[in-house]
Structures are given as structure tokens and as C-alpha cells.
Write a protein that binds this ligand. Structure first.
Ligand code: NAX
Length: 323
């Protein structure tokens, strides 16, 4: 029997409540692999975590080996194969964006040191808690023994949202749509890019789209989809975020036959600053992640991309004392 240890932080929160069940019922690993779940949250919600543990046990998942619930990060990260950093401080009423950045940077700084000391050096880290790209930069900065290429931030929710909206518009099925990517930050400056999209191998339906719809409806709708969900649900995206984390992790474990978007440490590709986590178009196989580096960009695309880069640089400036 193989065993994988998966750590989830913020495990008593909304996203985790969908994510845990999706991970254990999906088939990321082969059937011989059992999963040990290490669930971390703050002390105040340990009773909630206990309830989550009981519910997971009640599902009698075949892939589950064991569950650890804890408020001690060093225990939660011990020997982890995958670390899903979901836990973060939410923005409260009247709180400045800069304060949120600094508070979360402090949380991620503390955790990254403990990851470095306790997790496997081969561990794969997926950063979800916002601001996800800048939190990933903190992790990369302090978890010095973990290779930077093992750290990524979640952009798959944005990619899935874009694919779904495009599929409705073009009357296509999502699985017919390929090469849809999202550049930049997980924020309202992200750039969902359909210029290379093929639907059933052809770009005819994309060429037929009204450019006004693309610029004034599609792009802003994807960029602001999180706010749209909050407006309707009164809470932020949770099940769709969990599903996207599952998709992201599945691509890391099993590779993907489509272009994917993830925030990765920029190697200066496309002239992007090399000290930020930036979402690039990627080819992902079981053994490596490679930037697709030969896409020709229109002036419009470049201007969207530069705006998102600028925002990420400004986020980095706010937390510069921690780097
Ligand atoms: P919740 O507020 O429901 O849950 C967060 C959990 O994190 C809470 O249980 C809290 O106690 C815990 N937590 C706080 N500090 C912690 C620490 N130091 N150690 C361990 N746990 C800690 O939020 P939820 O809806 O689950 O969202 C979690 C994060 O994901 C938020 O930052 C949210 O903004 C972010 N998102 C990121 C997305 C992405 O695509 N990158 C999309 C979805 C989501 O908005």
C-alpha cells in the first residue's frame, strides 16, 4: 500500500468543507494509494474540526487511511506530500487591503518556516488563501529547502469560470474548449485570454465572437466572478474553489493534455518581473511544468498582462519588510 499525506490548512472553513470530500471521493491517485489527511485550523475551531472528522469517517471512503486534526502547524506539516494552504484571515469590514496583505503574509511566513522544517522536501504546495500569489511568494522566500517549482498558486477557478462562460456563449461543451488561459494575479486584474482557444480543434467560433462582448462582458465577468457569487450567495465561492483545487492537484499528479494556468514563480518569461508569482500558460506533465513561451501577444493582451504584473509588484511592495 502507498500512502500520501495531504495537509489542508483552514480545514474548518468553507472551502475545506467541500474540498475534503472531493479529494477523498475523486481518483487523483490509483486505488492502491491511501490518503492520510492532516487537518489544521486555529484552536478556537478545534470542535468544528472534530465534527468534520466524524463526518469524513461516516463516509467510509475507501481511499482514507487516517485523519489527524490539530492546531499545531508543525504536526500538520509533518512528512506531508501535498500541502493545500487554504487557511487565511478574511477581510473584515473597514479593513484596508494593505492590512489584510500584511496579516496574511505574517501567517504564511510562520507556516513556511514550519513547512521547511517538517514537510518532505519533495512536498507540493498549492496556495489558495488570498492574496494567493503574494502569499506564495512568502512561502517560496522562507521554505528555502522546497524547490520553487513545487510551489504554485490557484488560478484554476478563474480558468474554469472562463471556460464555462465561453462554453455558454459559443454553445459548446467545456471539454471541446482547449487552450483557454488566464494570465496574472488571482484578482480583478487577471486576464482571461481566448486568443489561442480552439473549439473542437478550430478557432472559427472564436473569430466569430463580437469583440465588444469579449472586452466589455466576458473579461470583466470572469475578473469579477468572485464578487458576483458573493452578491448572490452572501458568501464567497467555496464548492467551485474546492473543485478547482482538485483539478489543479490532479494536473500536478497526473499531468494534463490541455494548456493550464497556475501562479508560478516568474522566470522573467514574457518580460514579467522575476520576483512575483504570476499565472502563465503551462504545459504540465507528471514530471514537470513548462511555460508555453511562444505565444504572440496583441497590444491589448500585453496591456492587460502588464496591469496585473503592476498590481503584483505593488502587493510585493506592501509586504517588502517580510521578504
Ligand atoms: P473561511 O473563512 O471559511 O475559512 C478559513 C479558515 O482558515 C477558517 O476556518 C480559519 O479559522 C482558518 N485560519 C485562519 N488563520 C489560520 C491559520 N493561521 N492557520 C490555520 N487556519 C487558519 O474561508 P474560505 O471560504 O474557506 O476561503 C479560504 C481562503 O481562500 C480565503 O483567503 C479566500 O479569499 C481564498 N480563496 C481563494 C481562491 C483562489 O482562487 N485562489 C478562490 C476562493 C477563495 O476566495
Amino acid at each position: 500500500m502507498n500512502k500520501k499525506i495531504i495537509t489542508i490548512t483552514g480545514a474548518a472553513g468553507n472551502i475545506a468543507y467541500s474540498l475534503i470530500f472531493r479529494l477523498l471521493s475523486g481518483n487523483i491517485f490509483n486505488q492502491d494509494t491511501k490518503i492520510q489527511l492532516n487537518l489544521l485550523d486555529v484552536s478556537a475551531v478545534l470542535p468544528v474540526l472534530k465534527g468534520v472528522k466524524l463526518e469524513v469517517e461516516d463516509c467510509a471512503f475507501k481511499q482514507l487511511d487516517s485523519i489527524l486534526i490539530t492546531d499545531k502547524p508543525e504536526k500538520a506539516f509533518s512528512d506531508s506530500d501535498f500541502i493545500l494552504l487554504v487557511g487565511a484571515k478574511p477581510r473584515s469590514k473597514g479593513m484596508q487591503r494593505a492590512d489584510l496583505l500584511i496579516d496574511n503574509a505574517n501567517i504564511f511566513q510562520g507556516q513556511s518556516k514550519l513547512i521547511n522544517e517538517n514537510a518532505k522536501k519533495s512536498t507540493k504546495i498549492i496556495v489558495v488563501g488570498n492574496p494567493a500569489n503574494t502569499n506564495a511568494l512568502i512561502i517560496q522566500n522562507y521554505a528555502k529547502d522546497i524547490p520553487a517549482e513545487n510551489i504554485s498558486s490557484l488560478m484554476r477557478l478563474d480558468q474554469n469560470r472562463a471556460k464555462s462562460i465561453l462554453s455558454s456563449k459559443t454553445n459548446s461543451r467545456v471539454e471541446q474548449i482547449h487552450q483557454l488561459i488566464v494570465w496574472g494575479n488571482h484578482s480583478a486584474t487577471q486576464y482571461p485570454d481566448i486568443n489561442n482557444v480552439l473549439i473542437d480543434g478550430s478557432n472559427q467560433k472564436i473569430l466569430g465572437l463580437d469583440s465588444d462582448w469579449v472586452s466589455n462582458e466576458f473579461i470583466p465577468r470572469v475578473q469579477n466572478r468572485g464578487a458576483e457569487i458573493i452578491e448572490h450567495r452572501g458568501k464567497s465561492s467555496a464548492a467551485s474553489a474546492a473543485s478547482a483545487i482538485f483539478d489543479h492537484m490532479n494536473s500536478l499528479v497526473n499531468g494534463s493534455n490541455d494548456w493550464e494556468s497556475m501562479g508560478i514563480m516568474s522566470p522573467n518569461s514574457y518580460g514579467i518581473d522575476d520576483q512575483i508569482f504570476f499565472s502563465y500558460p503551462l504545459n504540465i506533465t507528471k514530471s514537470k511544468i513548462e511555460i508555453i513561451d511562444n505565444i504572440s501577444l496583441t497590444d491589448d493582451s500585453l496591456s492587460y498582462i502588464k496591469k496585473s504584473e503592476k498590481e503584483l509588484i505593488s502587493e510585493r511592495d506592501i509586504i517588502k519588510d517580510l521578504l
